[in-house]
Design a protein around this ligand. Sequence first.
Ligand SMILES: Cc1cc2nc3c(=O)[nH]c(=O)nc-3n(C[C@H](O)[C@H](O)[C@H](O)COP(=O)(O)OP(=O)(O)OC[C@H]3O[C@@H](n4cnc5c(N)ncnc54)[C@H](O)[C@@H]3O)c2cc1C
Length: 710
Amino acid sequence: MNADGKWNAIAATQMGEQKFTLRFKTNGDTFTGSMHSNFGALLISGIVDSDTLSWSTVMSQPISMSLDYKVRIQGDELTGELNGGAFGTAPIKGTRAADDDESADANAPDPIEAAKADLDFDPAALREKYRQERDKRIRDDGEAQYLELSGKFAHYSEDDPYVESGFVREPLRDEIDVVIIGGGFSGLLAGARLKENGISNFRIIEAGGDFGGTWYWNRYPGAQCDIESYCYLPLLEELGYIPKEKYSYVNEIFEHSQRIGRAYGLYDVTSFQTRVKSVDWDETIKRWHISTNRNDDIKARFVIMALGTASRAKLPGIPGIEEFEGHSFHTSRWDYNYTGGNTTGGMTKLADKRVAIIGTGATAIQAVPFLGKYAKQLYVFQRTPSSVDLRGNKPTDYTWAETLEPGWQRKRRENFAAILTGQPFEHDLVNDGWTDIFRNVLSIPKSDKPMTPEQIGQVMEIADFKKMNSIRARVDDTVEDRDAAEALKPWYRQFCKRPTFNDEYLPTFNLPHVELIDVSAAKGVERITKKGVVANGKEYEVDCIIYASGFEISTAFRRRIGIEINGEGGKSLFEHFADGFKTLHGFSTRGFPNWFYIGISQNALSVNMTAMFDEQARHIAYIIKETRNRGGVTVQPTQESQDAWVDLINKLQINNRAFLEACTPGYYNNEGSARAGLGAGIYTPGINAFNKLLEEWRATGDMEGLEIQR
Ligand SMILES: Cc1cc2nc3c(=O)[nH]c(=O)nc-3n(C[C@H](O)[C@H](O)[C@H](O)COP(=O)(O)OP(=O)(O)OC[C@H]3O[C@@H](n4cnc5c(N)ncnc54)[C@H](O)[C@@H]3O)c2cc1C
């Protein structure tokens, strides 16, 4: 066998075809060489066994990911397999290339030297600074530092400021095909896709007084989607709607959810102001009993849970929180009766009020400019600053919109997802802060000279340092007060927290009546008193406290869901999932027939959430339709298919523990605890690959892995 030389190869992975150039130089039963692909250039070495060469590539920063390669050389033909890691298994095919000019590699600039050239900072010192800033904020109580909104705190989330109180109605006793729980975009998409599949005998149950979910509840001033609206707002082509701006504000998003509700006739089938309490499988009638806070007992053949991933608010567990005698609310229940005005401003009732806002995550970044404008005095209590990059919002160019061709939204979403998962792409259609981060900071650096995984990690870390330096420089350039500017600088890597983009937040700290209170040294606010907030030993008397403390995103599944769910034999879903999710494709689980879940589970995660929920809804609607068409009464995964999917998900896990452990505490890393953070247990090849997998599954038409009982 002669493997020495250059080979052009293609691996048909689930993420699309990956092209690469391989170089081998054998030396007995080992070889050294290089691999150039759209993922960058790597140095490789491995074993030669008769006509087979095998090697592994291991990435270490910011995630650790291992891929095993095995190729067979026969004459000028190369065949083989790429195995494990985030790609699953994929065949490789290749041929010998004529050009074997190794000197091209040798003459290429050294990537580490190139990355380090002209650095105006010391990477080691910056790394140490990140560590100190992280350690300062780590708390022993981890996630337990937050209060669940139950008991005396329930009103913070259960009160609905947007409806008249006193709504009553007769309890429902329907027998129905499908119940969808939740009327946010996921529930709306489930309803829309069911209708498209000819299923109209369903009911949506929604706790709020209208559709919109996140965008019904979170009507704080300045609320805006942070993903480009042409990608984020669902069903734009179906409804012939083009958002007014690149990043829509809440009113437009909320109106769009109402538009979907009207277009698909969903208002007629929805029970608003109704909260589901429990969902129990009744074996005798093969239906789910859905019980609500309105004493309903609805019997449904199928249940689709569309509760949202950020719909249960949380409060910081600050001592004395219940003692405060002024006014207080959570940002997801903004009290315009108290502040005056609406989501666009006009909060004139704050003109004589001293206001405290606690928390400086994505919500506060959008709300603070409005509070700064209207409050007599504003105190912003900050433990960890967000990274605040340029937003650059702009009105829609309708001449551009007219050029859009059918299928444009899907294409745009796929292009966005491709960039965010490191796949090859021709043009960056969205071209914003998100794609900039992924193109320049999180993708494996392009280099003509192959690198070791450690070297790749170093180059990526330097790119990250540079990016975060620019974020910190933006603070210096904008905020006049030197102490405030220093405190507003984020000292962590870009993806330790959800990046934010806003052009009004930082200038707000130049207003004379706006004060930033840095509570990092004490790991948070010390206490709440009758009159106000105590931090760093000082009491700040205020009239109103606004909690911008976020949502239950990474807490225990039961706590996040807030509904009791009991399947076959009365088994609790939460006991069933006690040792982790067990699903087929993330949507359904054995022992819980006709039960479907839309959300983040064992499926692909995307920062553009509606794109992932839409495909989930489409798939679930297809399964329900097909089950009925085949005369089925129940459908659930077989044990084998579920085990196989769980096994695949486990194999696909990337180890980003070291990266997350070095991060400042937050919900991405379970407040700094070492166990896996956000994104654990997901389908790592990404949303485009996952959607393709589902499409191919549906195209076979054989409902593989599902057990249908008639
Ligand atoms: C402030 C904010 C900004 C965001 N910005 C973005 C963004 O820019 N891009 C992005 O991709 N994502 C964003 N998200 C995430 C956002 O939640 C999703 O994009 C999407 O709107 C979720 O839709 P959903 O229907 O799955 O959940 P939700 O919108 O949360 O809807 C779930 C609904 O279920 C209802 N519900 C829950 N429990 C029950 C029950 N027991 N009984 C009855 N009804 C119940 C809730 O009332 C809620 O209306 C943001 C989230 C927040 C909080």
